[in-house]
Design a protein around this ligand. Sequence first.
Ligand code: FAD
Length: 388
Amino acid sequence: MSFELSQEHESFRRSVREFAEAEIAPHAAEWDKKHYFPTEVVHKMGDLGLFGLTAPDEYGGADGDFTSLCVAIEEVGRVDQSMGITLEAGVGLGINPILTFGTDEQKSRWLPDLVTGRTLAGFGLTEPESGSDAGATRTRAVLQDGSWVINGAKQFITNSGSDITSVVTVTARTGEREDGRAEVSAIIVPNGTPGFVAEPAYDKLGWHASDTHPLAFSDVRVPEANLLGQRGKGFAQFLATLDDGRVAIAALAVGCTQACLEMATQYSLERTSFGGPIGRKQGVAFQIADLAVMAETSRLLTYKAAAIRDAARPAREFKQAASIAKLYSTEAAVSATRIATQVFGGYGFMEEYPVVRFYRDAKVLEIGEGTSEVQRMLIARGLGLPVE
Ligand SMILES: Cc1cc2nc3c(=O)[nH]c(=O)nc-3n(C[C@H](O)[C@H](O)[C@H](O)COP(=O)(O)OP(=O)(O)OC[C@H]3O[C@@H](n4cnc5c(N)ncnc54)[C@H](O)[C@@H]3O)c2cc1C
């Protein structure tokens, strides 16, 4: 049993940290303030191989393990949560569904550019009327003369409207099953298809430098061959994709908590009050000790889940580990940002300190890719409880 990452993972961590501190950290505050999506940095992350860590080399990837991807997301997220989610969603929601369920033709068409960070893809599951209850999809796709004709809307879709977005995969009702429930399939919609519109970006509480849009589909026609995976399996495919995504979001949360720990420790040594550094007061020092416990626990749960995934252990075991890591790490990150801003006192309320950005960015971690309530529901079901 080992509780440490391998030397290769640690050396990879150092190289991503170096990159993140040189290319992302100095600009993160400005991008956040201007709500600017830095495509040039997406390309640089691509050049470093971050989007292709887990993809096969035939598409330009490194054929690496899932743990490496979590390390990269943690390190990017440690300096900028917006770029962290851009990487997380670019791989987890953009590349993975096509890589896992796509035909050879779909993979050769879309993956080489996605894997190298030249383009981005989104995945549209959430709709205005269905989020946690994602099976209640209202968007419809009807097969007509060899084309899918799609009508509907998607909500809160990451990486879906940037200058370099090439494609969005969406779930849609394609019919009714024998038991009367909706048949849901996933369909690939290239950017620029007539009738497909990425509406103006949201004005969000945080993640200001990430790209999130509502999407509208009005008689959007794509070839029948754009079906991703089997007809009627769209929802099941997406649930499988989400398990990886939950661990990746947990890694992003680890980066957030680690940043809080470092910022609060440093500040408590520099800031003086009552004749000495505030860090000598137990009231402050104990809060920072709590941050260390949160960072350590989140990291252990996250990399345990990643290790289960890399060892291809049973899906049931992985699902439970993924939900536990996501739930704990994201709730810890939200608490960590509250504690860190408190340590900064009034300065913790001022935008010139990065701790404020982390405070705003953290909240959505408890919401995206399955809310905390949904994670509790899944964990309880995993324990055999008949929870609805
Ligand atoms: C910035 C951002 C980026 C996103 N990116 C994407 C993306 O790329 N692709 C995509 O498809 N989606 C994306 N999402 C959507 C995200 O996954 C959903 O917002 C999330 O799943 C919650 O759905 P909802 O917002 O409809 O909330 P609802 O499902 O309406 O939930 C509202 C509240 O009710 C609770 N609740 C709902 N059902 C239950 C239940 N059964 N038991 C207990 N509590 C329950 C929820 O936990 C929540 O607190 C993104 C969201 C945000 C904010």
